[in-house]
Design a protein around this ligand. Structure first.
Ligand code: SF4
Length: 267
């Protein structure tokens, strides 16, 4: 099932709709509908799960306040769905946890030109989300904004990230993914020594025709394909998964001299 990420009955079941509205899921080519989520959540409730975790990203390209409110509505909806199908004795233990991380634009994707959403706007949208949730059994959790800033910086830099990483390491930075180990100050000190502005790096978009810091590395995607996908994303047009249907012309197979194998053929 595309939506299911992981789960056990004690810890809850995690689904990743990633965006609250169908419009924005189409922009990111998620190829998942609210009906898919309903079916998966319903099956989970009926199989004995009480706790659902929903994972979303905030700051996706073209995101609006309506998309943020849609996250809250979807979470409320999943909660109500559970309460409507489980036996009365279980209803009090039904809960939905919403986990929201800040979108990190990644190289070699159609969103590689995008900036990360700036901190003040993240805070405003986080508040909007919390205010939009109607049910107290829905809890909202955020990924730390400072960690997201460093993730975006490392994602958007090229070779010049190497001395930055070394500088942070020399200052004692280790295991950044562990919140108790993470120190934004060490990164900021290392950046200042190199004359780098972390906020500007994370929050400034690249021009569509700019030479990107990672262009010397190629995963095999044809030039122009990512730009085409970027334009399709902005138009809300989805692209089919080529392992399920037919080739969409990204160019990887001819570049790497391999053949596509459809899921049906693998089964
Ligand atoms: S079949 Fe190969 S070339 Fe076609 S879209 Fe898929 S990975 Fe790209």
């Amino acid at each position: 099932m595309a939506l299911e990420v992981a789960g056990d009955k004690k810890g809850g079941l995690t689904f990743a709709p990633e965006a609250g509205s169908q419009r924005l899921r189409d922009v990111i080519n998620k190829n998942v509908t609210e009906d898919d989520l309903d079916r998966a959540a319903l099956a989970a409730y009926l199989a004995g799960w009480n706790r659902m975790k929903l994972y979303f990203m905030m700051g996706l390209p073209s995101e609006t306040d309506e998309d943020i409110v849609a996250i809250a509505n979807l979470a409320d909806h999943v909660l109500e769905l559970g309460r409507s199908v489980v036996p009365r004795a279980r209803r009090g233990s039904i809960s939905v946890s919403v986990s929201v991380s800040v979108f990190i634009p990644k190289p070699h994707t159609p969103f590689q030109w995008c900036a990360q959403l700036d901190y003040d706007e993240v805070r405003r949208r986080q508040k909007l989300l919390v205010q939009s949730v109607r049910n107290r059994a829905v809890r909202v959790h955020y990924h730390d904004a400072s960690t997201s800033l460093i993730e975006a910086v490392l994602s958007r830099m090229g070779r010049d990230a190497a001395p930055l990483i070394e500088g942070a390491w020399r200052r004692g930075q280790r295991f950044d993914a562990w919140s108790e180990q993470f120190s934004l100050e060490r990164w900021e000190e290392a950046a200042a020594e190199l004359g780098l502005d972390l906020v500007r790096i994370a929050h400034t978009p690249y021009d569509l025709d700019a030479r990107l810091p990672w262009e010397h590395v190629s995963p095999g995607v044809a030039p122009g394909y990512l730009k085409r996908e970027w334009r399709r994303a902005l138009a809300g047009k989805t692209t089919e998964d080529c392992t399920m249907a037919s080739c969409t012309g990204c160019g990887i197979c001819p570049a790497l001299n391999v053949e596509n194998v459809l899921v049906g053929d693998r089964a």
